[in-house]
Structure formats: C-alpha cells, structure tokens
Write a protein that binds this ligand. Structure first.
Ligand SMILES: CC/C=C\CC/C=C/CC(=O)SCCNC(=O)CCNC(=O)[C@H](O)C(C)(C)COP(=O)(O)OP(=O)(O)OC[C@H]1O[C@@H](n2cnc3c(N)ncnc32)[C@H](O)[C@@H]1OP(=O)(O)O
Length: 303
C-alpha cells in the first residue's frame, strides 16, 4: 500500500519533458578516460557530463556550463534529462552532483534568461526551474552534492535538494540564498527547502539578510553535512554515498518520500500560480532595473 502510493507520487512528479532542446547534444556516449567496458563509458550532453560506474551503481554528474554554471534553460533541461536517464536505468542507485567549472559549483539562475526577456520566455524558464527542483527533490536515487565551488541562490537550492552535502573548505566557496540582495524574493518552495534543512529561525534570518555562508558557518547552521579540504571532496562524497547506499532502497526511498512529499505537493498544487507570480514579478520595470544593475555590477567587478 505504502509502496503503491510512493510509486503513484513519483509518477505524478514526472511531469512533461520539453521539446526545447535548443543547441543540445543529448545522448552522446564516449569512453571515459582510462577506457573500460560499458560501466566506464560516460554519456551526457553539452552541459552535463555523466561518468557512470555500473559496478558501484553510482554515477558522477558534472555541471559544465562555463564560466559559472549559471542555470540556463539548456542546462536545466539537460540536467533533468540526464537524471531521468539514470533513474530509468536500474543499474544506478546514486548520483554525485558536482561541477566541472573551476571555483564555482553553480551561480544560480542565469540572470540573462530573465533580464530583458518577454513574459513567455520567463514562464518557460521558470517552469524548467520548477521541474529541476521537483526531479531532484523527489529523486528515488541517492543524491550527494560534492560542492567544489561557490554555491549561491539556485545553486544552493540544487545542493539542498540532494540528500547530503559535502563542501570544500575554501572561504570563497560560500553557500546560501542571497535573493534579497538582488532585490528579488525566494519563492515559497525555495523557502520551504531552506526551512526543512536549517529550521525556521535560521531561515528567517538568512533569507532576509541574503546570507552567503562560508564553509565553517554553513556547517554550523546545518546547510552542509561535511566540510573537507578541497582535494577530498570527491572521496568524501563517495564515502557518504556508501553510507546511504547501505540502506535498502525501498525503505530509504519511501522514507524520503514521506519526509519530502508535503513540500513538493505544495508546489505541484500551485505550479501555474507560482509561474504567473514569478513572471509578473520579474517583468516589473523596477525588478528588471535591479536585475540589470546587479548583472552590470557582476560584469564590472571582474579582474
Ligand atoms: C517571485 C519569485 C521571484 C524570484 C525568484 C528568483 C530566484 C532566484 C534564485 C537565483 O538563483 S538568482 C541568481 C543569484 N546568483 C548570484 O547572485 C550569483 C552571482 N554570481 C556571483 O556571485 C559570481 O559570479 C560567482 C561567485 C558565482 C563566481 O565568481 P567569479 O568566479 O569571480 O566569476 P565572475 O563573477 O567574474 O562571473 C563570470 C561571468 O559570469 C557572469 N555571471 C555570474 N553569475 C551569473 C548569473 N547568475 N547569471 C548570469 N551570468 C552570471 C558574470 O557576469 C561574468 O560575465 P562576463 O560577461 O563579465 O564574463
């Protein structure tokens, strides 16, 4: 009974795939460095590199959308498709999500996708963002975030949607939801994800202040589970993965579903309204001006 309802829930969460693969090259397969059989072949797309290890049932999924892994529509789409591919392949039980770009895990929303764009594009973009969150938050796989770089805003949400987070101990690699500093507001499902991870009071403070936590503080507040030297992020993520995979899948999956279902259902019930809210908010002149000014500041602070 519980299993059946868990499966039904997962099915409901598998929403429509998009036909928007502008400029993507999905499904490409190439031998991993070092060669090997099927278990060593990597696949993926232009912006997501997947290194599967069939023997362990674990795949490493690397974001590679330089320079900062901003979540473009293409990256969002390719991430969802890569995750779906691994979920549908019973060989795999866990995914380590990490970055192929130096110093940045993920810079969050690609602001160029919502600056100076028409409402239809903003809506399409936001739906893709919702979809990625639903897919990661409800994934039946164990997801471990190996955070090897800065992790603001949407990057933080991807990490928080995983089951476990390992952060590299580098003071430049800050993590948190800094939306208010851009003059925008985290939607309720980002807020809920935050609250579910670090509790209400800490979220209230951090969200209003737009706090980006350096590693030691991120660990203290509970945003990440481990902080380790940069060269140990991957190996620690693998050790964490082994701990999670030691639990029988069905029991772990149903427990995950029990813990996360209400939060995901809240978005599923209000998905269209959330999209309309986002579009009408970001398309306001005042918000467009704030976003443009923020992007300009990012561009100028170079060097
Ligand atoms: C009702 C609901 C309403 C709204 C909900 C909205 C929810 C929003 C969630 C979000 O994710 S908002 C995005 C927030 N993201 C940030 O604030 C991160 C901004 N970026 C940075 O802080 C830094 O770039 C970095 C720490 C990630 C990396 O620093 P560094 O390695 O020094 O790189 P640069 O700053 O020099 O950047 C290189 C290049 O990339 C561009 N860029 C950076 N971030 C973004 C981004 N999020 N979107 C688009 N483009 C970005 C930056 O402008 C540089 O571009 P150039 O053309 O100058 O090379």
């Amino acid at each position: 009974m519980a299993l059946a309802s868990g499966v039904r829930f997962a099915e409901r969460a598998l929403l429509r795939p998009w036909a928007l693969l502008r400029g993507t090259t999905l499904g490409r397969t190439e031998p991993a460095a070092g060669g090997g059989g099927d278990g060593a072949r990597r696949f993926g797309s232009q912006r997501v590199l997947v290194e599967p290890d069939a023997a362990s049932g674990v795949a490493v999924m690397k974001l590679r959308n330089p320079p900062v892994n901003a979540l473009s529509l293409e990256l969002l789409t390719e991430l969802v498709i890569s995750l779906e591919k691994l979920e549908n392949d019973k060989t795999f039980r866990g995914v380590i999500l990490t970055s192929d770009c130096p110093r940045v895990f993920c810079a969050g929303l690609d602001l160029t996708e919502i600056c100076g764009r028409n409402p239809a594009h903003c809506a399409e973009y936001w739906k893709a963002m919702q979809e990625l969150w639903l897919r990661t938050y409800l994934s039946s796989l164990v997801l471990v975030a190996a955070i090897n770089g800065a992790c603001p805003a949407g990057g933080c949400i991807i990490a928080l949607s995983c089951d476990c987070r390992v952060l590299a101990d580098n003071p430049k690699y800050r993590i948190g939801l800094n939306e208010t500093l851009l003059g925008i507001i985290a939607p309720f499902w980002l807020k809920d994800t935050y609250v579910n991870t670090i509790g209400h009071r800490a979220s209230e403070q951090a969200l209003q202040l737009g706090s980006l936590f350096p590693p030691a503080e991120a660990l203290q507040v509970g945003l990440v589970d481990q902080v380790v030297p940069e060269d140990q992020v991957q190996s620690t993520a693998l050790s964490e993965m082994a701990r999670w995979l030691a639990v029988p899948d069905h029991a772990r999956q149903l427990t995950k579903n029990m813990m996360r279902k209400a939060t995901a259902d809240r978005l599923l019930r209000q998905r269209d309204a959330d999209t309309q809210n986002f579009v009408s908010f970001v398309c306001r002149d005042s918000i467009q001006k704030s976003l443009q000014a923020y992007l300009e500041k990012l561009r100028q602070r170079k060097g």
